[in-house]
Design a protein around this ligand. Structure first.
Ligand SMILES: C[S@@+](CC[C@H](N)C(=O)[O-])C[C@H]1O[C@@H](n2cnc3c(N)ncnc32)[C@H](O)[C@@H]1O
Length: 512
């Protein structure tokens, strides 16, 4: 309850600044049970928030004396705690955990803030201090969640247990390598829990997450991989140690390799083929333009005529996902939409220098569009961000098949689609990439990075797509150019056939 009160009272931007996203009680309960199995007396939570872990451990009614130490940097959130602060077995330090002195614990339980380290104000002072505490150099930048983990691992007593929520991407990035080395070489890592339908379980999360369970027992054991599908499943787990779907030995998780694909290929029917690389090698997906008031900005031809707006203050734009029905979007399709009077324009004020545009802006203000969440933070409120037309559009929300469009027009798009912006390596393989995206193999591999919203509805953030896998440049180059052109032509009239041909072509380059 405290969580929902807090979330409804505190602006999202404030919560983001501190990385305040809360652990659902069922998940906290599962972690609490695990860390307390060996009767720890000294327990630590480095990022207390509203104290869900303390609450869940208290509910376990442990039959011995235990003490809980917590750190929380935000004084404001502590004001929401009310009655628990006076408990004898709880000490909360209103202080930065990363600056705290080294002490040692029998159990550590944590959902750390996910903030890019660059955003962390005291980073220049803190990093050397932590490096000294842990006796390791930490090159490069990363998410501060991983620095919380590095420090916490050093604070575990012998046999101590640690349960940590982390962004799944940590397995692939900068500091990740150093931590993975520590986890593997010291036999600390016992279990990795991932979530198949994450949005059901962590409705509040903005990134894909996982849970690490570690124990400082120096026992060389297999690492368990658990894939949880829904909240009901968590309710039914009696003991998480006995609930797993796969086991890996330490050599199957080499620290220098990216672990996400190793782990995901275990739980998915689809394996990532040999040689595949990240889509980000060829460019980046970016979200479309967020207007903050589509009703005001999205326009059709007749409304434009009625308002007497001139071309200078308009741009051609896909304002809704269902405006595009086919996989190939050409100028002919665009003409048709204009003829059908669809909202295929967006107000894009270059200069508010004609009476008609001034009137329309005034009308918007009368309807309070300028006081919406996004518009009030823009200067002036009707000025849109800039985007170039993108050659490949990708549906943000998808049910079943992923919606991918090869865009041959100069239209830009609102947030209903993410647009792909190729770099020099991607520019020459746009058609090949599109063919991969529509193929069954491509769709299955990209779906490995989806965020499930339940009811078969999947969402992708641009980063989820950028981090997905696709053929490497030699594999793309090996695609028969004539076949590529044939598929594009075929997709204009018969998408199903085009997919079948794409499947064959992609299989042929994978099996080379
Ligand atoms: C992801 S929230 C988790 C809160 C709570 N433990 C839970 O699981 O619901 C992280 C918390 O750490 C706090 N925090 C952020 N930076 C911190 C720091 N450097 N030291 C201590 N706490 C910090 C935030 O204010 C936030 O309350």
């Amino acid at each position: 309850m405290r969580q929902s009160d807090y979330i409804s009272n505190i602006p999202i931007n404030y919560r983001k600044e501190y990385g305040q996203f809360f652990t659902p009680s069922l998940v906290a309960q599962m972690m609490a049970k695990w860390v307390t199995e060996n009767h720890p007396e000294k327990i630590l939570d480095p990022a207390f928030g509203l104290g869900i872990f303390y609450e869940e451990i208290s509910k376990l009614k442990l039959q011995y004396q235990w003490h809980f130490t917590a750190y929380e940097i935000d004084n404001n959130i502590l004001n929401y705690l009310h009655n628990i602060q006076n408990n004898n077995n709880l000490t909360i330090f209103n202080q930065d955990y990363l600056e705290s002195d080294m002490d040692y614990y029998d159990a550590i339980i944590c959902n750390p803030p996910y903030l890019r380290f660059q955003k962390f104000k005291n980073r220049h002072d803190i990093l050397p201090k932590i490096e000294q505490q842990i006796g390791k150099k930490l090159g490069g930048y990363s998410n501060i969640a991983s620095i919380f983990l590095i420090k916490a691992l050093q604070q575990l007593n012998l046999n101590g247990r640690l349960a940590f929520i982390l962004p799944f991407e940590f397995f692939n990035t900068g500091y990740g390598k150093e931590i993975k080395k520590t986890l593997i070489e010291n036999y600390l890592l016992k279990q990795i829990i991932i979530f198949a339908n994450e949005k059901d379980i962590f409705p509040d999360a903005t990134t894909t997450i996982c849970i690490l369970l570690c124990q400082n027992d120096q026992l060389k054991q297999e690492i368990k991989i658990t894939n949880i599908h829904n909240t009901q499943e968590i309710k039914e787990i009696a003991n998480i140690s006995n609930y797993y779907h796969h086991q890996l030995n330490n050599s199957q998780l080499p620290p220098q390799k990216k672990w996400t694909s190793i782990i995901l290929s275990l739980v998915s029917d689809q394996k990532i083929p040999e040689g595949f690389c990240k889509i980000s090698e060829y460019g980046n997906f970016k979200r479309g333009i967020a207007t903050g008031a589509n009703d005001f900005f999205a326009l059709n031809k007749s409304k434009i005529e009625q308002l007497q707006l001139n071309d200078n203050n308009l741009c051609l734009c896909i304002t809704k996902s269902n405006l595009i029905k086919k996989a190939i979007f050409t100028d002919d399709e665009l003409e048709l939409l204009i003829k059908q009077d669809k909202p295929i324009y967006c107000l894009d004020v270059q200069e508010a220098n004609t009476q008609s545009v001034i009137n329309y802006i005034k009308l918007g203000e009368e309807k309070d569009y300028h006081e919406r969440y996004l518009t009030q933070n823009r200067q002036p409120w009707y000025k849109l961000e800039k985007r170039e037309p993108s050659p490949i559009l990708f549906g943000v929300f998808n049910r079943g098949k992923l919606k991918v469009i090869r865009n041959f027009t100069q239209v830009i798009n609102l947030t209903c689609y993410h647009g792909f912006y190729p770099n020099i390596f991607g520019t020459n393989i746009i058609d090949q990439l599109f063919i991969y995206f529509i193929s069954d193999i491509g769709q299955d591999i990209i779906k490995m990075n989806k965020r499930s919203y339940g009811n078969n509805l999947d969402k992708f953030e641009p980063g989820d797509l950028n981090n997905s896998y696709c053929p490497n440049i030699e594999q793309f180059d090996a695609m028969d150019k004539q076949k590529v052109n044939e598929i594009i032509e075929l997709a204009k009239i018969d998408e199903k056939e085009a997919i079948l041909m794409s499947n064959k072509l992609i299989k042929s380059i994978i099996n080379r």
